[in-house]
Design a protein around this ligand. Structure first.
Ligand SMILES: Cc1cc2nc3c(=O)[nH]c(=O)nc-3n(C[C@H](O)[C@H](O)[C@H](O)COP(=O)(O)O)c2cc1C
Ligand SMILES: [Fe+2]
Ligand SMILES: [Fe+2]
Length: 397
């Protein structure tokens, strides 16, 4: 029988699937679930577990680990990332395998102590190696701020297997198969945008540094901590990351809005219609009140144009709109053409506040702020049409 959990000779998948968590990190909807990937490398002399899983799934990981070890002892536990979806099960695994040495970098060691009181870590520096036997060498590549300070990648040199941590990961539990060649990956490839936009987007520069480190390194498999192992689609996935890290985009416009009583909705619909009339084929209209922010951020990561709008709320930007603007500011969004609209009933100025919230970003923020009092007038709608046309004119159609 074909063992789809084993690939590249001595590498075994021992990860778990989570189909019950509603919000990943308490923020991001995961309707397709999420996998926490861990791997075992069986060298002829030594064995290593690369990362663990969420604490809730510790027992399941241990059972899989025992099956793969098949009576051999576990020598090393490599910790590429300390976030709890990958380190939560570590104390349990350490208790089950007291003989195993935990391997991490200096920053990992400090976090292992701070979180779990785990000491005596075998500390590695950038490009250090660890032999598991002839033709079975682990090499460590420090990739800080991808997306935590301690993050690193581990490479099984001879087989060209990269254990990349969260990089190249995506939401979506695995459905039987592990390696991309054994499954339909369409949903995962889309979820990679959403994962990146929600969790990694702020760290475009560290992503580019990591990609440069990997440049010229022969890779056959990329084993992320979430989603499929990339083999057939490895080059495309690396390209997706390179593009995302530089905020490269496809032609298209996201119209993201919040509304309480329908005026902003009408304005958003009008703008979307005008964008379509101007020839924009990718128009995504998203209601911030009912859409998990990750889906909005995902489309903003994909498309070159953005319109944000909403009503005044207690003299301020509507909270859902404010949350989006804050997320965009925090992510350091670049290379987008952006238009703003806003409504009020008695206190004007909300669009200026929205513009100020994006201050400092390397974006092309259109000067015309479409601000309307109460029900938008014909002149307000004309201003919105001009805004849509200006955006359509800015993006390469
Ligand atoms: C809770 C709440 C707070 C509001 N605060 C303000 C405000 O501070 N200044 C203002 O001009 N209008 C305020 N408004 C009025 C809105 O501008 C008005 O309801 C408008 O129609 C909302 O736009 P929408 O139809 O897109 O929801 C407030 C409305 C609500 C419901
Ligand atoms: Fe993480
Ligand atoms: Fe993760």
């Amino acid at each position: 029988m074909n063992n789809l959990n084993q690939f590249a000779g001595g590498v075994h998948y021992v990860g778990v699937n989570d189909r019950t968590t509603h919000l990943f990190e308490g923020l991001w909807l995961v309707p397709l679930g999420v996998s926490y990937n861990a791997y075992v490398v069986l060298g002829s002399e030594h064995t290593a577990l690369i990362d663990t899983v969420d604490a809730e799934h510790a027992t399941q990981l241990e059972l899989k680990l025992q099956a793969v070890l098949n009576g051999r002892k576990l020598d090393y536990i490599v910790v590429n990332h300390m976030e709890h979806d990958h380190s939560g099960a570590l104390p349990h695994i350490c208790r089950c395998h007291p003989e195993a040495t935990v391997v991490g970098n200096a920053k990992t060691a400090a976090m292992l102590d701070g979180y779990f009181g785990i000491k005596g870590v075998h500390t590695v520096a950038d490009t250090d190696t660890l032999s598991l036997g002839p033709d079975c060498t682990l090499q460590f590549h420090l990739t800080p701020m991808l997306h935590w300070p301690e993050t690193m990648m581990t490479r099984l040199v001879e087989q060209g297997v990269l254990f990349s941590g969260d990089a190249f990961g995506c939401f979506g539990a695995l459905n039987g198969a592990v390696v991309d060649r054994d499954m339909n990956t369409d949903a995962y490839r889309l979820e990679m945008y959403r994962y990146y936009a929600s969790i990694v987007a702020k760290y475009g520069v560290p992503v580019q540094t990591a990609l440069r480190k990997l440049d010229g390194v022969q890779l056959n498999y990329i084993c992320s901590t979430h989603g499929p192992v990339w083999h057939d689609q490895l080059a495309e996935v690396v390209q997706t990351y390179a593009d995302l890290a530089q905020w490269k985009a496809e032609p298209g416009v996201v119209v993201a809005y919040a509304s309480m009583h329908g005026n902003a909705t009408g304005m958003a619909e009008h703008i979307a219609g005008q964008l379509a009339a101007a020839g924009v084929r990718n128009v995504v209209l998203q209601d911030l009140n009912v859409t998990n922010l990750s889906y909005v951020l995902m489309n903003i990561a994909r498309y070159s144009g953005l319109v944000v709008g909403g009503p005044t709320y207690n003299t301020q930007i509507h909270p859902r709109v404010a949350a989006l603007l804050e997320a965009l500011k925090n992510s350091g969004m670049q290379r987008r053409v952006v238009g703003l609209f806003g409504g009020y009933t008695w206190s004007p100025g909300v669009t200026k506040k929205m513009a100020a919230a994006l201050d400092g970003l390397k974006i092309d923020l259109l000067d015309t702020l479409v601000e309307y009092k109460q029900t938008p007038t014909a002149a307000d709608l004309e201003a919105a049409t001009a805004l849509a046309q200006a955006i359509a004119g800015h993006i390469a159609l």
